[in-house]
Ligand binder design. Structure first.
Ligand code: AMP
Length: 139
């Protein structure tokens, strides 16, 4: 399986399409998922291309996970969530739809239902508000 540089997250990294950015450093980018499964659902991606976890460089994975931890804490704080799920899909058979490695962060409270994967486009004003709240929650 090869990496397609025209996938939608590569376009976001090249600023060819917009995103609600939460965090960026030399190696990593985080932004709101446009079809959130919980309030504050966001994504963390490495800048280095890989289809998914299976072909990712180990140093890239390690740096990306450090940012997943940082963004997860901020998203929980911003959404007043007691916990969070980290989800990650590898290949179409396992539900992957965008073929650039990404980690989903889903802030959750007890008993809260996670909406179906890739379901409904959110209001951009709400996504912008949540992105700002998460940005402001970094410790
Ligand atoms: P998956 O590849 O199945 O792990 O999920 C891809 C995720 O990307 C889904 O949750 C989509 O809602 C999300 N998504 C698709 N296009 C965009 C976009 N332009 N900006 C932000 N999130 C997106």
């Amino acid at each position: 399986m090869t990496y397609d540089p025209n996938n939608i997250f590569a376009k976001i990294l090249r600023r060819e399409i917009p995103s609600h950015k939460i965090y960026e450093d030399e190696h990593t980018f985080a932004f709101m998922d446009v079809m959130p499964q919980t309030e504050g659902h966001c994504l963390v991606i490495p800048k280095q291309p890989s289809r998914n976890l299976l072909d990712a460089d180990l140093d890239v994975l390690s740096r990306t996970m450090a940012v997943v931890q940082k963004v997860a804490k901020a998203a929980m704080k911003a959404m007043n969530a007691e916990g969070c799920q980290i989800r990650q899909y590898n290949e179409q058979a396992a539900g992957q739809t965008v073929f650039h490695l990404h980690f989903h962060i889903l802030p959750l409270n007890t008993g809260q239902i996670v909406k179906p994967h890739s379901n409904k486009m959110a209001d951009h004003a709400v996504l912008a508000k949540h992105a700002e709240a998460i940005r402001n929650a970094f410790g």
